[in-house]
Design a protein around this ligand. Structure first.
Ligand SMILES: CCCCCCCCCC(=O)SCCNC(=O)CCNC(=O)[C@H](O)C(C)(C)COP(=O)(O)OP(=O)(O)OC[C@H]1O[C@@H](n2cnc3c(N)ncnc32)[C@H](O)[C@@H]1OP(=O)(O)O
Length: 194
């Protein structure tokens, strides 16, 4: 049972999302947006190591395999970890809009338990845009891309300036990111947004 709250209903006048002309091609693996990210970073030993791929339009697919360090109940994925996988997949939609945005609201339905060892097949799309507000939804399935839905989410992301991270992040990590040429390159890709 999904219960979308009023905050996740696009307002009258919301528009369809527009894929940025420089968005990664459908099928292209996006790679981590930040090596230390708990969702996608390769430098986080206990992270999700979620791998996202550009889809058609403003959509994304992603995979995440539940490991023992992601347990809540014995042998089952922690719900917060599953919400993280959904959040990360939804956040990856930013690559296709070339917009920097953070999660304002994330509503999650946990439909079935997800065992350790399972690969979650995620799919997400932006449904509408209204000013700084980006409306999106995602599903996670097991047993393949056409398997049963085990989690789903609807979200509202809010567009921010890059200063959001500089102003609020801890200085050590901000400085390290600024000294990393790969990180600078990833951020610059978003600064060409028309
Ligand atoms: C390619 C990159 C891939 C990245 C993947 C990352 C995946 C992970 C994504 C995340 O997890 S991001 C981290 C978790 N999120 C945060 O830390 C965000 C914390 N919250 C904030 O910093 C601020 O609340 C926020 C920037 C979201 C909004 O503050 P602002 O002062 O900029 O905006 P404001 O409060 O004026 O809200 C702007 C509009 O959004 C609406 N809004 C904001 N938060 C809302 C909310 N929670 N629910 C509903 N509506 C919300 C707000 O009502 C308003 O609507 P109107 O324009 O119609 O008046």
């Amino acid at each position: 049972m999904s219960g979308t709250s009023a905050a996740l209903e696009p307002p009258v006048g919301a528009t369809k999302p527009v894929r940025h002309p420089d968005a990664p091609a459908p099928g292209e693996l996006l790679g981590p947006h930040y090596g230390e990210c708990f969702g996608c970073g390769g430098d986080q030993p206990h992270g999700l190591h979620l791998a996202a791929r550009a889809g058609e339009g403003v959509s994304i697919t992603a995979e995440f395999t539940v490991r023992p360090e992601h347990q809540g109940a014995p042998g089952l994925a922690h719900g917060g970890v599953l919400a993280t996988a959904l959040d990360e997949t939804l956040g990856s939609l930013n690559w296709l809009l070339r917009t920097i945005a953070v999660t304002g609201r994330l509503e999650t339905d946990f439909v079935r338990p997800v065992p350790v060892g399972t690969t979650l097949q995620l799919a997400a799309e932006v449904t509408a845009v209204a000013g700084r507000k980006i409306y999106s939804r995602a599903t996670g399935r097991i047993g393949g891309p056409d398997g049963p839905v085990v989690v789903r989410a609807e979200a509202l992301f809010i567009e921010v300036e890059v200063d959001h991270f500089i102003d609020h992040g801890r200085k050590e990590e901000i400085q390290a990111a600024m000294n990393d040429p790969d990180q600078i390159r990833r951020v610059r890709a978003f600064e060409v947004n028309p």
